[in-house]
Structure formats: C-alpha cells, structure tokens
Design a protein around this ligand. Structure first.
Ligand SMILES: *[C@@H]1O[C@H](CO)[C@@H](O)[C@H](O)[C@H]1NC(C)=O
Length: 436
C-alpha cells in the first residue's frame, strides 16, 4: 500500500486531485480535430464539440473517483472512529464500563443478572463479568446458563484462611476481601479495563443504572476530589426521599458501596495495601479516603433483595429491606450536572443548609413544622446525633466519624414530607474519628 492507514484520507484526496489535474491537462492539450488553422477558421463548432467531450470524460472519471473516495471514507471510519477531528474535538469513541458481579453461593444471582441484562443499553459498552468465589456448583450452573452474554470468572484460591480465634466468626469477611482483591485485579490488570462498576449478587438494578454511571464517569476522571460514584442512598427508604427528585444527586463523604464505580487509578492506589477483611470499612478510614467524596443519588438505583449468611442479617431487616428503588428513567447523560463540581457544590450546599431555619427535634418528631422547608436540625455531639437519627428513622451509625450519606457532617432526608438537614453547628471543619 502506498498510503499508511492513518493518513489514508489525505492520501486519497491527494491522488484524486492529482489525477484530475493530469486528466484536465491531457484533454485540453489534445487537438479537438484536424489542423490548428482550420480550427481557427471555424472556431464555434469545434470548440463546443471539444468542450462537450471533455466534460463527458471528466464526468465519467469523476463518478469513478467519487466511488473510490467514498470507499476510502467508509474504511477510514472503521479504523479511526474518533481522532480525525483534531485535538480540540471531544473523543466520540464511547467509553466501555464493565460491570463486575461478585458472586459466591447464591443461585438468586439470577435476579441480579436478569435485571442487568434487561436494562443494559449495549453489550459492547457494558460487558458483564461475573466473578464467582466459593466453588458452589448450582450457582456456577446458573451463571453458565447465560452463555456468551456474560463472562464467567472463577476465583481459583478456595483454600481455607487462617484467622485469629476471636475472628473465627468473621471468616466470611476474609474470604470476601480475598475475592474482591482477585476480581478487581482481573478487571483492571488481566482484562485491562480503565473503570468498573462493582455489584454484588443480591442487588437489583434500576432502569437508569447504566445511564447514571455513564453520566458520572467524566466527573470521576476529571475531579481528584471524587473517588467513587455509588447507586446507593443509605437513607433511601420510602418516605425518606423526595419522589419528585429522581434526578437529584449529592456528594457524600461516606463510602456507600452497593453498586459503585471506581477508576483503575484508585484501584492501583488501594491494591497494594488491600486489607484481609472488612474492606468496606477499611475504605472509609481517612488513610484510604483522604478526604475524597463519592456521588450518590437521592433515590437508590440498586436494591438489596436478600442478605443472609456472612453479613448484615439484622441490618437488612431493619433498613435495607425498605430502600426505595428508582423506577423512572432519568436521562443523566443529557442533564447539566455541573452543580456537582466541588467548589460550587460546597458553597451552594452550605448556603442551602445554613440558610434553612433551625427547628427543634420535638417539632420534627411530632410533625409540628410550619412552612414548606427545608429545615435544619442541629446536633452538637455524637450522642445527640445518634439520638435524633435513631428516632427520626435514619441511619445512626458512623464510620471513622462520618455519618451514612453525610456530606461535611450534614445528612439530608425527608421527614413527614419536609426536607430536613441534620447538621453540625456552622463552621464545621472536620470529622471526629472518635465518633463511631
Ligand atoms: C443471549 O442474549 C440474546 C439476546 O438477548 C438471547 O437471544 C440469547 O438467548 C442469550 N443467550 C443465552 C445463552 O442466554
């Protein structure tokens, strides 16, 4: 080939122009008919005749060249879908965001996979990778039944893990941590993906689950103060969220998990020190979080449909079971989400919270609030936070000092139809690690 693939379009255009130039010169140079003298004597007929022939030839030649150019253009679009428009143009090649499903011994992974496949907008852009630990044959059979529509990985190290005696009952958490470590290495190192959404086998996803993460990927890539996007609102129970605000997103200092996206860079940072157990609480420690936030929605885009065994049995019955799953599709990729950018978000959020009138806990509890809200409910100690959270029905636990779904100490929720900000006094600067 004369032309390299990368420059084939220019090369084609150059050949096209050169060829036509030669053609025109040749045709003009050819005497139309007879002798030059005769031509001079009878200019009108001969010249018109000659020009017509030239035009005919050029027309035929143009047709052939046009076909050639179109072919070149088609091929070129296959080779280089995005980079032709110069450095200024945004890349049009859409990013691939795989979904990593963490599975073990629950055949109900079927519900998770069915919903993912049902709502997946594109097989190419969202490959589904199921990583299975535990070697459970029935679960493996369920996963296998999806054939080529998913990728089935099996965690090879099924060996027992030695733990100290007082941690015997937590052995499941050690295995989960080992599995996450292996599976995320597969995604980022073996399969070389640059981002992933992690889902557990007991999560059901909402119709706009993929749309949500597609819209947030550019934020994670461009904003170092973010380290994840999560589909989960820890206080997302029915009655505690605004059903008219399905498009509302927040920043949170609490790592929510439960359907979350991270980039390869974050994994490369965490992987060398990945813990033996309790990986999610480990991520919530300041050494790992390093003051970074996650994006989370007002209304959850995941729902847990069953938690038994190693984790969260009581917790499930009390809270998780009632989380409201979003049903309306929000076109996040077409919305202006610039309000989530750090500085603007912080300013506006603090204005919104600290301009809200302070109300008494008793008035919130008894539904005595006058006006539409929002209202601010102030806490000043760990105990007052816990007492109010518990009695108003939101999560009262703190990890490394951070309340669930909190941002700069503030937890936003709906109580009896009104927006409440459970907030520390104005001038908050940092979390108190001793609050747990
Ligand atoms: C894979 O998905 C296609 C399209 O939804 C479906 O027709 C096919 O039956 C699926 N294959 C398996 C093995 O489930």
């Amino acid at each position: 080939m004369i032309c390299k693939r990368s420059s084939v379009i220019f090369c084609g255009a150059f050949l096209f122009i050169t060829w036509n130039a030669i053609l025109v010169l040749l045709l003009w140079g050819r005497p139309p008919s007879g002798q030059e003298q005769k031509e001079a004597e009878r200019p009108s007929i001969d010249i018109v005749d000659g020009v017509l022939r030239i035009v005919d030839s050029i027309e035929a030649e143009l047709e052939v060249q046009k076909k050639t150019l179109l072919q070149i253009q088609n091929h070129q679009s296959l080779w280089e879908p995005s980079d032709r428009n110069g450095p200024k143009a945004a890349p049009t090649r859409p990013p691939v965001i795989p979904i990593l499903v963490i599975a073990c011994n629950r055949v109900t992974v079927k519900r998770c996979l069915d919903k993912l496949l049902q709502h997946r907008p594109s097989e190419e852009l969202h490959p589904i990778i199921v990583s299975q630990d535990c070697g459970h044959a029935e679960t493996a059979e369920v996963i296998r039944s999806y054939g080529n529509n998913i990728t089935h990985l099996k965690q090879p190290d099924l060996s027992d893990i030695q733990v100290r005696p007082e941690h015997k009952k937590f052995k499941g958490y050690y295995k989960i941590s080992r599995h996450y470590h292996w599976a995320l290495n597969q995604v980022f190192k073996t399969l070389s993906h640059s981002s992933v959404v992690v889902v557990e086998d007991d999560l059901e996803v909402a119709p706009d689950f993929f749309e949500y993460f597609r819209a947030l990927l550019p934020f994670l890539k461009s904003d170092p103060s973010l380290w994840c996007a999560s589909a989960w609102n820890d206080n997302g129970r029915d009655g505690y969220v605004d059903p008219g605000k399905a498009d509302l997103l927040y920043r949170t200092d609490f790592f929510p998990g439960l359907g979350w996206m991270l980039l390869r860079e974050v994994w490369e940072e965490l992987e060398p020190k990945w813990p033996d157990a309790f990986w999610d609480d480990w991520m919530r420690q300041p050494e790992q979080r390093r003051n970074r936030a996650c994006i989370r929605p007002e209304i959850s885009r995941t729902l847990t449909f069953g938690r038994q065994g190693v984790s969260l049995g009581q917790f499930f019955d009390k809270y998780l079971r009632y989380i409201k799953l979003n049903t309306e599709f929000v076109p996040f990729t077409k919305l202006d989400l610039s309000y989530l950018k750090e500085e603007m978000y912080r300013e506006n959020f603090e204005k919104e919270v600290y301009n809200a009138p302070v109300v008494r806990y008793e008035d919130v509890k008894q539904g005595q609030l006058k006006g539409p809200g929002p209202f601010r409910l102030q806490y000043s100690s760990k105990d007052s936070f816990k007492m109010m959270a518990k009695n108003l029905g939101i999560m009262d636990d703190l990890k490394s000092g951070v309340p669930r779904a909190g941002y700069r100490g503030v937890v936003s929720f709906i109580s009896r139809g009104r927006r409440i900000y459970l907030a520390p006094p104005p001038g908050w600067t940092q979390y108190d690690l001793s609050w747990s």
